[in-house]
Design a protein around this ligand. Structure first.
Ligand code: ADP
Ligand code: MG
Length: 460
């Protein structure tokens, strides 16, 4: 293993644990300048980065270096390397197609070959077209998926499905796979999440089995990648996915992708991937309307062999609006409740269940304390730093974002906000709120951070 491979493998691992905005900020222009027996010297672009790596990431970096080199490395140092020419070359290499790693030149090790078979998760057989309820929010996505299952690799390639949590993206994608399995059972299908694709690539780097990795993803007739947005910001992974995509599409293999947002809105997704994702068919899935929600509930309760009366169905569908997963959750709760007490699922019981759900949501809602904790975790700083008095920029912005979110998400008053953040004056909170509100419109970074934190707030 040479210096570059060691660092790439290390970055690959770090990418999995560090929020992507930070990853790009702190690791973009880094490389190993020296690797001498047990000591690795990492070059960084400036003192600021040096301090961050030393204080924040040193432990993780060292741990990863040790594990990759089987403890040959026991020290890591950081050095500012201002040779800008060298830099340009290196950052170019980080974003340009990588030169073939050793694994491609030398015969792949045995391990690599054994990994070449398409190993995929079995498709959950519950997700089929027959039990997918079609309504206003999903009819286009449904029609496109059916079409793809009829004529894979021809018209809509890739098929890109996007929409919020729990709206049926995975269900539709797997329905395509299950339908194709039914009609042509010899078809090779590979189903994977964006996150698994990333870690698969990282471990292939570590074990020197990149060649097998590439092989694996070039063999399926149908590639299903769930939650592709995960590869946003991960340069090396995107590079790999780019090649997989091209290889499959060139040989008319079908690709289906899902995401929580359209290609253009995926943070730090390379332009060339955006344009490819837009080549085929993009269909969004939006929240089902009341009629569709009622139909979904009726179908699900029938599947469970339960007889929900019309009024109870309507009541649930009217009051649980967020997404289909929660709707299903409410139904399960209702049925469990009825079974436990030996009663029929009537409107009165539905009322009871719904009110217990909304109550617990309110009680289980995020508190200001929890918000502070989530923000601190997200920015990878301590609670004391976040609420403390230091004016360092890397603390001030997270602090202001916390205040902004307390106001926007929790409707907290300015004095409360000031209090929660280390006893600050309410005018400080007002100022912070106004500042971040402005930044939100003009600063992509701030927007991304806030988006990611909101997601953590609401998705746990
Ligand atoms: P997503 O991948 O968009 O987060 P899922 O596909 O996991 O959502 O769907 C969440 C649950 O809701 C699954 O159990 C799925 O079967 C169900 N579901 C979603 N949309 C529908 C629909 N239109 N008809 C029937 N079930 C649905
Ligand atoms: Mg899903």
């Amino acid at each position: 293993m040479n210096r570059e491979q060691l660092w790439q493998a290390t970055l690959g691992e770090l990418e999995l644990s560090v929020p992507k905005v930070h990853f790009t900020t702190w690791f973009r222009n880094t490389f190993i300048v020296d690797w001498n027996e047990d000591t690795v010297v990492v070059a960084v672009p400036n003192n600021f980065t040096k301090a961050w790596l030393e204080n924040k990431y040193h432990k993780s970096i060292l741990r990863i270096l040790q594990s990759i080199t089987e403890n040959k490395v026991s020290r890591a140092e950081y050095k500012v390397e201002t040779n800008s020419k060298k830099y340009d070359r290196l950052s170019e290499r980080l974003s340009a197609p990588a030169s073939p790693p050793d694994a491609e030149v030398h015969p792949a090790p045995a391990l690599a070959r054994s990994g070449a078979a398409v190993a995929s998760h079995p498709l959950n057989p519950r997700y089929i077209f027959a039990n997918y309820v079609v309504g206003k929010g999903n009819e286009l996505a449904y029609a496109a998926s059916v079409r793809v299952a009829k004529e894979p690799g021809t018209k809509y390639n890739p098929l890109f499905l996007y929409g919020g949590v729990g709206l049926g993206k995975t269900h539709l994608m797997l329905a395509v796979g299950n339908e194709l399995l039914r009609t042509s059972s010899s078809l090779k299908i590979l189903y994977i999440t964006g996150e698994q694709f990333t870690s698969d690539y990282v471990s292939s780097l570590q074990t020197g089995t990149v060649e097998a990795f590439k092989q694996k993803y070039r063999t399926p007739d149908l590639l299903l990648v769930d939650d592709i947005q995960f590869i946003g910001g991960k340069e090396q992974t995107q590079e790999q996915f780019f090649h997989v995509f091209n290889a499959l599409r060139d040989s008319h293999k079908q690709i289906v992708l899902t995401s929580d947002r359209p290609p253009k809105a995926i943070p730090a997704l390379e332009e060339r991937l955006i344009s490819r994702f837009e080549w085929g068919m993009i269909a969004d899935i939006s929240s089902p309307d009341l009629e569709t929600r009622t139909a979904i509930l009726a179908s699900k309760s029938k599947e469970r062999g339960a007889a929900l009366d019309e009024d109870a169905l309507r009541f649930l569908a009217t009051h649980i609006q967020s997404n289909v997963r929660e709707l299903e959750g409410a139904l399960n709760k209702l049925l469990a409740h009825c079974e436990l007490h030996g009663i029929e699922p009537t409107l009165a019981v539905a009322r009871e269940v719904v009110s217990s759900i909304t109550l617990s949501q309110r009680r289980g809602g995020v508190s200001t304390r929890e918000l502070v904790k989530i923000v601190a975790e997200y920015f990878d700083i301590s609670l004391d730093d976040l609420t403390g008095q230091s004016r360092r920029k890397e603390l001030v912005v997270p602090r202001q974002i916390t205040m902004f979110l307390m106001r926007e998400e929790l409707d907290a008053s300015y004095p409360t906000i000031g209090n929660e953040l280390g006893g600050r004056d309410h005018t400080t909170a007002m100022h912070a709120y106004a500042k971040i509100k402005r930044d939100f419109d003009s600063d992509e970074r701030v927007r991304q951070d806030i988006g990611s934190i909101r997601q953590r707030l609401y998705n746990g």
